[in-house]
Write a protein that binds this ligand. Structure first.
Ligand SMILES: [Zn+2]
Length: 416
């Protein structure tokens, strides 16, 4: 097939997929850990003659549970803190996660989610095994004054219900371990979270005797932002996939990845913060938290001049797909890289597959990762935001194109 035919065929396929995925977005974040291991810490939070609601496992979240007069469950979902230490209201990212264990085969289970300190954002995802996830059909979700009411049909077997697929700390570690098996990879612990979890970096350098500039990729500062993690994985895999493009890129550049900055927040089912009660992406400057201090330590090689950094990406999620970037009036080295990268991706990625906007913002000076990296190194520094409900295959397709066009642009820059 010729190039244009391939593009058309792919566009048609995904357009079809997106339509069918409205009812059932399936995805399988990572790995094959058994549900039993995952369920460590689980307890019954309330029960009726019809079912029990269970939570307490990693990435679950239920803050209160009552059985109503009609036999339905009312779950209260609250944030880890209403405000950060500076008094700013917590971001509206109400994470929830629980398991419905039926007692009566076939009976539907009514569950109301009542949010305190936020409003409904995430379409419920359901799973039997916490590995394969489907979006609950919209007709089973009714919005209420303070949340939503779900009609669940677990049948005879337990059902996980979660704000997004569970992309656990263990799954992130499995991803890091899998890349760490490469001969050119070096995995190390750059620090520990407040709760004692390792913060790990992957350093890819095909020839450690030759100085090459680094691309730095980070993720999961915000616990519920699973779709950002679902983009980071194929992005990194594409850079390392052994293609001619990947080999040419790795001849000229190295890659540093910190895939999981907030493990405590993910384990706790937090809406936004680490265990220190801070938004970690408002701490790039103060570096008051152990997690951001770990990242700052990993960046020391660039501050000291021992190594050079050329490009920075931080993966997140929001309500739609977008990139927060510098403006073209703000000089970067490589010059105009963001403009050219976005144009190259747009030329390959149809809007009906993965619509996205570039939101260029003059540096606000707020201590977020992209501002810190731009101010420190003058490099293009971008927050890569993926929509909460973007069809999962489109997240992967687009991340691979973003990675390929980043490699092409940086190879061109190196040869100028
Ligand atoms: Zn975020």
């Amino acid at each position: 097939m010729t190039g244009p035919m391939t593009t058309l065929a792919r566009a048609g396929f995904w357009a079809l997929s997106s339509a069918s995925l409205v009812a059932c977005a399936t995805s399988k974040p990572m790995g094959d850990r058994s549900a039993a291991a995952m369920l460590s810490g689980e307890t019954v939070v309330c029960e009726s003659p019809v079912a029990a609601i269970r939570a307490g496992y990693a990435a679950s979240r239920v803050n209160g549970c009552e059985v109503g007069g009609d036999g339905s469950f009312v779950l209260t979902i609250t944030p880890e803190a209403k405000t950060d230490p500076e008094g700013k209201t917590i971001n509206n990212s109400p994470w929830y996660g629980f398991r419905v264990v039926p007692r009566t085969d076939g009976a539907p289970v009514q569950v109301a989610l009542r949010y305190e300190g936020g409003s409904h954002r995430y379409a419920p995802k359901i799973s039997r095994d916490a590995q394969n996830w489907t979006r609950l059909r919209d007709s089973a979700v009714t919005e209420t004054d303070d949340g939503v009411r779900l009609t669940l049909a677990p049948g005879a077997a337990p059902l996980f219900v979660s704000a997004q697929e569970i992309f656990s700390v263990a799954a992130h570690n499995a991803f890091t371990d899998s890349i760490g098996e490469r001969a050119d990879a070096s995995v190390s612990v750059i620090g520990r979270s407040r709760g004692g979890e390792p913060i790990r970096q992957i350093d890819i350098a095909t020839d450690r005797d030759t100085a090459k500039p680094y691309v730095v990729v980070v993720g999961r500062q915000h616990p519920p932002e699973v779709t950002g993690a679902l983009a980071l994985v194929p992005f990194v895999e594409t850079v390392l996939n052994g293609s001619d493009l990947s080999r040419q890129f790795l001849d000229r550049y190295n890659l540093l990845v910190v895939p999981m900055i907030n493990p405590d927040g993910v384990k706790s089912g937090n809406w936004r913060f680490g265990l220190g009660g801070m938004d970690l992406n408002r701490d790039w400057g103060p570096f008051s938290q152990p997690e951001t201090q770990a990242v700052r330590g990993a960046l020391e090689r660039f501050h000291s001049g021992e190594d050079e950094v050329v490009f920075f990406l931080d993966f997140h999620s929001t309500r739609r797909n977008l990139l927060y970037t510098q403006t073209d009036a703000e000089p970067t080295d490589p010059p105009m890289f963001t403009r050219d990268w976005v144009a190259a991706v747009k030329a390959r990625l149809p809007d009906d597959v993965y619509p996205f906007t570039r939101e260029d913002r003059s540096n606000s000076g707020r201590p977020i990762s992209k501002n810190y990296m731009y101010e420190s190194f003058g490099i293009p520094s971008i927050t890569y935001e993926v929509g909460d409900e973007t069809p999962r295959p489109a997240i992967e397709t687009s991340a691979r194109i973003f990675a390929e066009e980043m490699m092409r642009g940086l190879i061109e820059h190196a040869e100028r």
